[in-house]
Design a protein around this ligand. Structure first.
Ligand code: PBG
Length: 327
């Protein structure tokens, strides 16, 4: 028997395997999501996300310092708002003196090189727990009425120093509306990383625990995408490109690698993927039971995100990866 083509030749040593490897992860590919809590001192662990904390401003700054030293270039902030400050109009989201604005300024003051990404959606501030305004009579999530406050949030965040605006609300035309608002307020260089294909997913549970932001009534299926669909993701992509998005995101990630791949075949924009809270919790839970090797699994999962076409990854594993996993 004559064998001419032997694939195993390229697998025979670590050196040759490393030379032919197509995909590598760097600390600079990672975005660390951070939870900031007001009216509170210290840091508290989130039960369903072991190793992830709600921080007060002081401990948040310490965490950003450590991430900076590990070579992480970007943090994405999420606010945990006191229940008594939530209301149906989500007005705390546009409070110029709010903790979110203060934190953006502090981080940019101390770490001018660190990119700060900020979230635009109403759910952390809304007593209804929805990303848009709710019609009190019909219970409908109002699209065009929501855009106005989203634009105000985006401009306020940009004014506080945010580098990257992340609309995560899934209202129609929010990217276009926010882009116009930023341009006319003079924030021409502020980036928009759109949550372009954001699915109505069951993987967001631990995040909603962290923020106490679960919808009080109903679910998010009238605005987030149906997980049975992929061609619809391309319509979202086309809209966001036309509306001026700089980076397009797929969320969640692990069960949506096909969507990341689809994006990589249809856009020239950089692609981000969000390795969401439920994905984090599953890995942590299995690792705590000793059923999987956490570090190896995390490296494999995030390599798959990059292989599928993501050039950056929002992940709660960012610090661990930068510290222990990336060689
Ligand atoms: C809401 C928002 C969610 C996440 C980020 N922004 C949850 C939701 O849509 O209910 C989830 C992130 C995660 O699960 O890690 N605007």
């Amino acid at each position: 028997m004559e064998i001419l083509s032997r694939n195993r030749r390229l697998r025979q040593s670590d050196a040759i395997r490393q030379m032919v490897r197509e995909t590598a992860i760097n600390a600079s590919d990672l975005i660390a999501p951070l939870f900031l809590k007001e009216d509170f001192i210290g840091k508290e662990e989130i039960t369903s996300m072991p190793g992830i904390y709600r921080y007060d401003l002081k401990s948040l700054m310490q965490e950003v310092l450590e991430l900076d030293q590990l070579g992480i270039k970007c943090v994405s902030l999420f606010p945990v708002i006191d229940e008594n400050k939530k209301n149906p109009r989500a007005l705390e989201s546009i409070n110029p003196a709010g903790i979110y604005q203060v934190a953006i300024k502090e981080i940019k003051n101390s770490f001018p090189e660190m990119l700060v990404m900020t979230d635009v959606a109403l759910d952390p501030y809304s007593s209804d727990g929805h990303d848009g305004l709710v019609d009190s009579k019909t219970g409908k999530i109002l699209n065009d009425e929501t855009l106005e406050i989203l634009c105000q949030m985006a401009v306020l965040q940009a004014a506080s120093g945010s580098d990257i605006i992340g609309p995560s609300d899934m209202m129609d035309n929010r990217v276009g509306a926010i882009r116009k608002a930023l341009e006319s307020a003079g924030y021409k260089d502020t980036l928009i990383m759109s949550y372009t294909a954001k699915y109505a997913s069951n993987f967001y549970g631990p995040f909603r625990d962290a923020l106490n932001s679960a919808p009080k009534k109903g679910d998010k299926k009238t605005y987030q995408m149906d997980y049975g669909n992929s061609r619809e993701a391309l319509r979202e992509l086309q809209n966001d490109e036309r509306e001026g998005a700089d980076i397009v995101m797929v969320k969640p990630g692990l069960a949506y690698l096909d969507i990341i791949k689809l994006f990589s075949e249809h856009t020239c924009l950089p692609i981000a993927a969000y390795n969401v809270s439920g994905e984090y919790a599953m890995v942590k839970a299995a690792a705590q039971k000793g059923w999987i090797d956490e570090k190896k699994i995390v490296h494999e999962i995030l390599t798959a995100f990059k292989r599928a076409g993501a050039s950056m990854i929002l992940t709660y594993f960012a610090k661990d990866l930068a510290k222990h996993i990336i060689e």
